[in-house]
Write a protein that binds this ligand. Structure first.
Ligand code: LHQ
Length: 264
């Protein structure tokens, strides 16, 4: 009997659904799941049939971060090189999500802890079930927030809230995360997947080139001046203005009909 895949992958209507799939361990990451998730995001980069990604988890959790059973200190031996783990596994995936010029929707179906929370925050639009909680669990095991956590929390929340969450490891419920602007929306548990799928499908039917450029512009705004950003917007708009989807969008508007975007 073969073990079940650690990430389920399904493409329909332009949406690549990636489901973290180690439910008995709250979808915590082992090496295989790292590689499978990265392969899924790579596919989204390479396959023009993929026009949006939906990331979620199977079972009652979204992701509990690293599988802590993988490095049981009771087994003795030298201390692990966690910097190497980040460089080899987490950081490439984070960079792939951020550099993917297609929308990534995240449906946080349950608890998101440690790197699991921070991977969710790296996605473009995050919906969470109202029962879901986000935990910067690192302080409980003597680590620092990783997978981009310190960057995201400080930028989105500011120092007071970022520090309190990271230093106390207190859970943050989905509705409060939405109130604080850390995620897009908290939705009733029963509606989460239908809502996230509908959103991902509508993004996948959108003007992919323009959406990808928009994602890039907003991300880079954190590190540019207004002057630089005005130049970059000009260049991006020049590119978008030459796309088939721009012509289609304007034509559809003038003809009073829904646009049929090809993604080109
Ligand atoms: C787990 C885990 C887990 C294994 C639940 N591992 N089994 C980067 C660099 C390199 C290395 C280090 O890490 C990192 C990044 C990180 O992500 S560090 C942070 C790692 N994550 C955590 O510290 C969270 C640990 N988990 C928890 O605190 C709790 O499980 C949460 C709060 C997530 C959920 O609590 P409950 O809802 O009460 O569930 P539970 O604790 O009963 O867990 C259910 C099962 O899942 C249980 O197994 P069992 O066989 O007893 O049913 C847990 O052992 C297992 N599990 N997280 N990270």
């Amino acid at each position: 009997m073969t073990a079940s895949p650690t990430v389920l992958s399904a493409l329909a209507d332009g949406v690549l659904v990636l489901t973290l799939n180690r439910p008995e361990k709250l979808n915590s990451f082992n090496e295989d799941m790292h590689l499978a998730l990265r392969a899924g995001i790579r596919r989204a980069h390479d396959d023009s049939d993929v026009r949006a990604v939906l990331l979620t988890g199977s079972g009652r959790g979204f992701c509990a971060g690293q599988d802590l059973g993988d490095r049981d200190p009771r087994k003795g031996g030298p201390a692990p090189d966690l910097g190497h783990t980040l460089e080899t596994f987490y950081n490439p995936t984070l960079r792939l999500i951020r550099s993917l010029e297609k929308p990534v929707v995240c449906a946080v179906n349950g608890v998101a802890a440690g790197a699991g929370a921070n991977i969710a925050f790296a996605c473009d639009i995050v919906l969470a079930a109202k029962s879901a909680r986000f935990i910067q669990a690192f302080a409980k095991i003597g680590l620092v927030p990783d997978a981009g956590g310190t960057w995201q929390l400080a930028r989105i929340l500011g120092e007071p809230r970022a520090k309190a969450l990271a230093l106390t490891a207190e859970p943050l419920m989905a509705e409060k995360a939405a109130d604080w602007g850390l995620i897009w929306k908290a939705v009733d548990d029963a509606d989460l997947m239908a809502e996230a799928e509908a959103l991902a499908r509508s993004l996948a039917a959108g003007p992919t080139l323009g959406l990808g450029l928009t994602k890039r512009l907003i991300q880079q705004a954190a590190t540019t001046t207004l002057d630089q950003q005005l130049d970059t917007e000009r260049d991006a708009q020049q590119q978008a203005g030459r796309s088939a989807d721009y012509a289609e969008g304007v034509t559809a508007f003038l003809e009073k009909r829904p646009a049929r975007f090809s993604g080109q």
